[in-house]
Ligand binder design. Sequence first.
Ligand SMILES: *[C@@H]1O[C@H](CO)[C@@H](O)[C@H](O)[C@H]1NC(C)=O
Ligand SMILES: *[C@@H]1O[C@H](CO)[C@@H](O)[C@H](O)[C@H]1NC(C)=O
Ligand SMILES: *[C@@H]1O[C@H](CO)[C@@H](O)[C@H](O)[C@H]1NC(C)=O
Ligand SMILES: *[C@@H]1O[C@H](CO)[C@@H](O)[C@H](O)[C@H]1NC(C)=O
Length: 287
Amino acid sequence: MTKLHVFVVTCVAVALQAQLSLQYGDNSFAWSRQKEYYFGSRFKLNWFKAVEYCRDRGMFLLSVRNAEEREAIINYLASIGYTKRHKGLWAWMSANDLGEEGEFHWASTGGPVDYQNWSETEPNNYKTNDCRGEDCAILEYWEEGGANFNFTFNDRDCYTKHLNWHKAVEYCRTRGMFLVSINNAEELDGVVDYIEKSGFSKTHGLLHMWTSANDLGEEGQFFLASTGQRLTFDRWTKNEPNNAKHDNCTFEHCVVLEYYLPLGINYTFDDRPCNAENFFMCETIYD
Ligand SMILES: *[C@@H]1O[C@H](CO)[C@@H](O)[C@H](O)[C@H]1NC(C)=O
Ligand SMILES: *[C@@H]1O[C@H](CO)[C@@H](O)[C@H](O)[C@H]1NC(C)=O
Ligand SMILES: *[C@@H]1O[C@H](CO)[C@@H](O)[C@H](O)[C@H]1NC(C)=O
Ligand SMILES: *[C@@H]1O[C@H](CO)[C@@H](O)[C@H](O)[C@H]1NC(C)=O
């Protein structure tokens, strides 16, 4: 708890700094948005775990945390006439076990899925191909299923169309705390300034830090998970992004900000395997 406290104090200080800078800037982004940063440099997480850790507030994919919330969703779907018009429902929830197989967490809060009301024989992590099982949860309903499929949970392949899971998450996130997004020189300066002031670069010659940018939804099309916007800031390290192959199942879809002066790498972007462990930075975005 004490550690958390320190983080909170750090965030507030940065928010004040951001507010102060408003008085000098006339940039509409700065006027309409205020950010807090949290730099998670005490331990490393893979990209997905880092996303969970960052999101402590905001609008997200559906969560069903207890029997009351389940009832509330059933009532809501009845009240809007959905269940009259449809025999079934498959709705993505924020629950997933991407970070560690079998350990379901709500992406919306990072907390464990304590209330679990699975359909019969689920979750089964069904292997959809050599590389993937089922790691993202849906709430499912099928009229003819009786007590089974009666607004119960099922694990599914995160990449199933219509929207793959990651795209759906992007779509949902209109506000909250997320992995940091860096989409122009000003945002980069804010992040670099924060890292420099934290003393990190005095003790570390090398930095690989996750940002929210990724091309998980479609190869080569980089988007910022935190805002759903396209990455337009061209700040790639030389010969990056290269989607390098690590093994048959692992390519590079998540973007780090990297720093390693011996190779002349000075806070530029590189695509890396999403399951690699790296430092990360979170930000809160207020509209
Ligand atoms: C789990 O779902 C079933 C419907 O299949 C429901 O009858 C039951 O009340 C739910 N259990 C809890 C603890 O909410
Ligand atoms: C499905 O769940 C609802 C709400 O918990 C319950 O009222 C209903 O009886 C359940 N239906 C079946 C067929 O179990
Ligand atoms: C990777 O794929 C190639 C070609 O399909 C295959 O020959 C090789 O055994 C695979 N390697 C692994 C580690 O699965
Ligand atoms: C590295 O980049 C930062 C931020 O853009 C800049 O202030 C600094 O001068 C650069 N350092 C070197 C050695 O190029």
